[in-house]
Design a protein around this ligand. Structure first.
Ligand SMILES: [Zn+2]
Ligand SMILES: [Zn+2]
Length: 348
């Protein structure tokens, strides 16, 4: 048996419970969780906004840990290795997975959503040969955990979707965990970064994470915000909040020919100002994590020193404190930066 955070009803306080340690299938790996991030998409699912989630369940999808056991068909993932995984685990068998697009696999599994996640002492990585990312010795483990969702999604959004070039201006709307990841990555890639939020503490973290300018839009009318952003001429806007109003504002703020990357999860399908998209030849793009096969570029950016995800960790809590941390994120009462749960050794 093991301890795990259990959600028994959407929006109800999660509890700590004793549950069976999950049994790896022939192609799966069982991982002892060392650290796991508390992400806005956990709060999203806890609220009942994700129709892939079945009650009761264990949240958590952004983790690092040590391989404890593997199924009989696993070849590439040794017991004892430190691993992380993208929150989207591809099936490993379909045409999209074969083409390196596991992040959009139609048969994907997601820890913390489609099966029990990492707010627990142990979690599974499905199809481990395809989805486990071996974490090298010289990579900070907490930083590696954050690659699982927020850093991978931001990286893919900026690099592979928006095709960001050094010297371009990027405006990041919303400086929660995923927004700060985008700030840090864009800065590491040589872009000029404008960070936008209404919380001074979040903007201060954004400045420390490499933002060249910060914009506090509290109390500003939308037209005023658009004008302020346009004065920076953003070639790329990252919507990192998941709000229809922010998406519309981001589209209007883009320079002509600009690209908007939607990274924040949206609870409903918003109206996009398509008139603007047509008249000024804008692109509206999505990013949904990143395949495990694409992680080496991100690990290299960490190794070269340009990217230090663990700097965003402002708070470390125990498993018993994880329910409160999750609920705080859902209510907007969470502190700036990233909260890390450490069921195992790191930060305990
Ligand atoms: Zn697949
Ligand atoms: Zn996430």
């Amino acid at each position: 048996m093991m301890r795990a955070v259990r959600v028994e009803g959407f929006g109800e306080p999660p509890v700590i419970a004793e549950v069976p340690v999950p049994e790896p299938g022939p192609r799966d790996a069982l991982v002892r969780v060392e650290a796991t991030g508390v992400c806005r998409s956990d709060a999203h699912a806890w609220h009942g906004d994700d129709d892939t989630v079945r009650l009761p369940y264990t949240p958590g999808h952004e983790f690092v840990g040590i391989v404890e056991a593997v199924g009989s068909l696993v070849e590439r993932v040794p017991v004892g290795a430190r691993v992380t995984t993208p929150f989207v685990c591809g099936c490993g068998d379909c045409a999209d997975c074969a083409a390196g697009r596991a992040q959009v696999c139609a048969f994907q599994q997601q820890p913390g959503f489609t099966y029990d996640g990492s707010f627990a002492e142990y979690v599974l990585i499905t199809k481990a040969d395809h989805n486990a990312v071996l974490v090298p010795e010289d990579i900070d483990p907490e930083g590696a955990a954050l690659l699982g969702c927020r850093f991978a999604t931001s990286y893919r959004g900026l690099v592979d979707r928006a095709l960001l070039q050094p010297g371009e201006t990027v405006a990041v709307l919303g400086c929660g965990g995923v927004g700060l990841s985008a700030v840090m990555i864009a800065a590491a890639l040589g872009a000029r970064v404008v960070a936008v939020d209404i919380a001074p503490a979040a903007l201060e973290l954004a400045a420390q994470s490499g933002a060249d300018a910060v914009l506090d839009i509290s109390g500003m009318a939308d037209a005023e915000t658009v004008a302020a952003l346009r004065s920076h001429g953003p070639a790329v806007v990252v919507e990192a909040l998941g709000r229809a109003e922010t998406l519309a504002l981001g589209v209007r703020a883009l320079a002509a020919g600009g690209r908007l990357v939607q990274i924040g999860l949206l609870a409903a399908d918003p109206v996009v100002p398509m008139g603007e998209v047509v008249a000024r030849e804008l692109s509206v793009l999505g990013s949904h994590g990143m395949a495990a096969a694409d992680y080496p570029r991100l690990l290299e950016l960490m190794r070269s020193g340009g990217l230090r995800p663990a700097r965003l960790v402002t708070r470390r809590v125990t498993l018993a404190e994880a329910p409160a941390a999750l609920m705080a994120l859902g209510s907007g009462g969470a502190p700036a930066g990233v909260t890390m749960v450490a069921p195992g050794t790191l930060g305990a």
